[in-house]
Design a protein around this ligand. Structure first.
Ligand code: 9Z3
Length: 366
């Protein structure tokens, strides 16, 4: 796999990308749902802000009739959790998520770590009811209440995608549909988007065959190796900022790194390059406990969950917390640990901060 420097793509380059690669089947349906959602909120509560939250990983199919694909680690925890805090802060949320990744509210009771069956029991009595176990009643009632409130008030629109191309088509379509919102739109780009893909013109139609049967196309050759050439996915952020998104809207992107020595510099570079409002930097191993806000005024501001309230994580590495800090004068939002031991979600710190920044942008201009 070779890396070539891609020049900054403009609308034309994306036109070509969208011309050469197939649109997802759901595109027009999702566009109609989004327009309706935006219109509903513009008419029913003219001051309502809407956050577009992107979440989860994108796939890179190896075949058109896809059997195999490249994927990444993201389960959509950041996006699903953030969506809940945006709703709590009074936003309506469009949740553009990888199909089958975590969803707001149901995330508390899904997947193997929080299997919903473990929260229930057969009622101890004559009837045949199934009930929520006593110790989980309070939390489940709270989650259920929030979920139903969001549903009743039409505050949450769930839109799934699968491939990186689906994602880009939908991002453009959503951003354009959100234009009537102007500065009341906020983009929160937490999805882990692939940097490489196979363009349609070079993609195998059918399942790539094993051994020497696979003749022609990408995997040609007599050896049993499969060699795949990937092209760079055009960088969409600049086009989103300058063409697709409403003028004056707030645009927040994430930068993910694994090397603490790179994080701040790469986040600063992204902000400079794409000219948006905020880059939130995070390390793979500490992302549940700390993030850094890189702002246009040169700020490096760390948000951290206090030690006593950090959730346990098998893949996390606590010794790396603090290791990516660069500036001596870096600011911190560290909270007192106190005596509460229940895990604190870092998104409960991130979203209120963003809401304040967004208010400031609306009231004072960018
Ligand atoms: C992130 O950095 C997210 O915070 C995570 C969340 C993907 C780490 P999880 O789903 O993980 O909670 O497990 N997202 C953005 C990563 C990304 O691809 N950013 C692009 C880049 O770094 C810019 S848009 O180049």
């Amino acid at each position: 796999m070779s890396r070539q420097h891609a020049s900054m793509p403009g609308v034309e380059q994306f036109d070509e990308y969208f011309h050469k690669n197939p649109a997802p089947k759901s595109l027009s349906k999702h566009q109609a749902l989004t327009r309706e959602f935006v219109q509903f909120h513009l008419e029913s509560s003219p001051n309502r802000r809407i956050a577009l939250v992107t979440s989860g990983g994108t796939t890179v199919p190896l075949e058109n009739q896809t059997v195999r694909f490249i994927d990444n680690f993201s389960a959509g925890t950041r996006g699903a959790t953030s969506a809940e805090y945006f709703l709590e802060a009074g936003y309506a949320v469009i949740f553009l998520h990888r199909q089958f990744s975590l969803l707001p509210y149901s995330r508390h009771y899904s997947h193997s770590t929080n299997c919903f069956l473990d929260f229930m029991e057969e009622h101890d009595g004559d009837d045949e009811r199934v009930v929520v176990r006593k110790e989980y009643q309070e939390k489940m009632r709270r989650v259920l209440h929030q979920y139903q409130l969001a549903k009743k008030n039409r505050l949450l629109l769930l839109l799934p995608f699968t491939t990186v191309t689906d994602y880009l088509f939908q991002l453009r379509s959503l951003a354009v549909s959100m234009q009537p919102l102007g500065e009341r739109a906020l983009f929160y780009l937490a999805a882990a988007v692939s940097d490489f893909f196979i363009p349609r013109e070079r993609m195998e139609e059918h399942k790539i065959q094993s051994r020497e049967d696979h003749a022609g196309g990408q995997g040609a050759g007599a050896s049993r190796q499969l060699v795949i050439n990937l092209d760079p996915v055009p960088k969409f952020l600049s086009t989103l900022v300058h063409s697709w998104a409403p003028k004056g809207s707030m645009i927040v992107s994430f930068k993910l790194e694994t090397d603490p020595a790179l994080l701040v510099a790469k986040a600063e570079q992204a902000l400079k390059r794409y000219q948006h409002d905020l880059v939130i930097g995070n390390l793979l191993t500490t992302r549940k406990w700390e993030v850094v806000f890189i702002t246009r005024n040169g700020g490096e501001r760390w948000l951290r969950v206090p030690k006593a309230r950090r959730s346990k994580s098998i893949s996390g590495v606590e010794e790396l917390v603090g290791k990516a800090e660069r500036k001596h004068e870096a600011q911190h939002v560290d909270l007192e640990g106190g005596t509460v031991t229940e895990g604190m979600e870092i998104e409960s710190l991130i979203i209120p901060e963003l809401a304040i920044m967004h208010t400031d942008m609306i009231e004072n201009g960018k």
